[in-house]
Design a binder for this molecule. Sequence first.
Ligand SMILES: NC(=O)c1ccc[n+]([C@@H]2O[C@H](COP(=O)([O-])OP(=O)(O)OC[C@H]3O[C@@H](n4cnc5c(N)ncnc54)[C@H](OP(=O)(O)O)[C@@H]3O)[C@@H](O)[C@H]2O)c1
Length: 337
Amino acid sequence: MKAIVFARFGEPEKVLEMKTLPDPTPPGLGEVLIRVTKRQLHPGNLMMVRGMFNIPLPADGFLIPGADGVGIVEAVGEGVDAARVKPGMRVIFNPSPGAWAERLKAPAELVTPIPDDLPDAIAAQMGPNAVIALMLLRAAQRAAPDAGREIPILLNAAGSSVARFVTIAAQRRGLKVVGAVRSAKGAKAIADRFPDMSVISTADPEWFDHVRYAAGEQPLQVVMDPVGGATVSEFVPLLGDGGALLLYGAMAPDPIIFPMSAVPREIMFAGVSSSRWMHNTSAEQRREDVAEAIEIGRGAPEKFEVEADYDLAQFANAIEHLERKNRHGAVLLSSDL
Ligand SMILES: NC(=O)c1ccc[n+]([C@@H]2O[C@H](COP(=O)([O-])OP(=O)(O)OC[C@H]3O[C@@H](n4cnc5c(N)ncnc54)[C@H](OP(=O)(O)O)[C@@H]3O)[C@@H](O)[C@H]2O)c1
């Protein structure tokens, strides 16, 4: 099978290469062998290749990026409930390392069959972005049980795939969100996608006042931010005492600044990570999360635009595309084009 691999950390264009590897061995106890058809590219995939996560590289081998996608079950191992997962079924898998390969083996509990009316291109977007969005909403509720009821939750980088999920999932719960993005063009694109949502461009010198206005002149309870960097501290004055800044990414190159003014006001900076989903979320909640993601994808497929779909062999073009500014849809890597 073909697979994209890397044997050292670095810039993706320098360290990633396509290799032909032996097909996986037959699935073992509780495992499912999947022929992967599509995967969504995520900024996190590139962070992993750049060595920004604490994942060791095997001394004499390589790693395959990607941990989620959609595919067809080719075989199941012993102990897999045949009523739930069987050969020929279309499924999503998450998280199961090695998705940038044509085939992988995944534990059956992380594999979910998908309905016929959910196309691969949408199903491929129902992985970690849905998980982190639902985790963020739970974290917001822990920080302030009525977050989003009267006072909206502020979503920074509101044009991102994760923010799109947060917005839809919040609307399903009757919660209000306000979006912030770094350009007027980006704000317009989100307003077109979510006409009922207030979206503010932080490029506007008055953006601070616009957020206050959108929040009914009340201090915010929760801000969700995947950007990090120095700008995080700019959200602190918008938060009320005891408010929470939920940090779930670090797209800005500079370090996060924690202003001392946050201390006497007991503003909380809290990390939220989908890597904790496997360990800190019950199996029942995980099943509910995946079921909600599938329901969201079926209910609003028009919200999950695909901006580009590349063949696996064109991974370098796909990565370049992922890192373009003002992108408004997913970038996919396919093995069935
Ligand atoms: N903690 C977790 O478990 C977890 C899980 C999934 C994702 N994430 C993180 O969530 C973030 C978003 O992921 P995604 O897949 O949703 O991304 P995405 O769809 O690729 O979107 C990225 C968005 O971030 C914006 N952006 C990039 N750099 C920025 C900067 N310096 N300042 C302001 N905005 C910036 C872009 O805005 P423009 O439109 O203006 O270009 C774009 O809207 C990433 O940091 C990712 O690592 C974390």
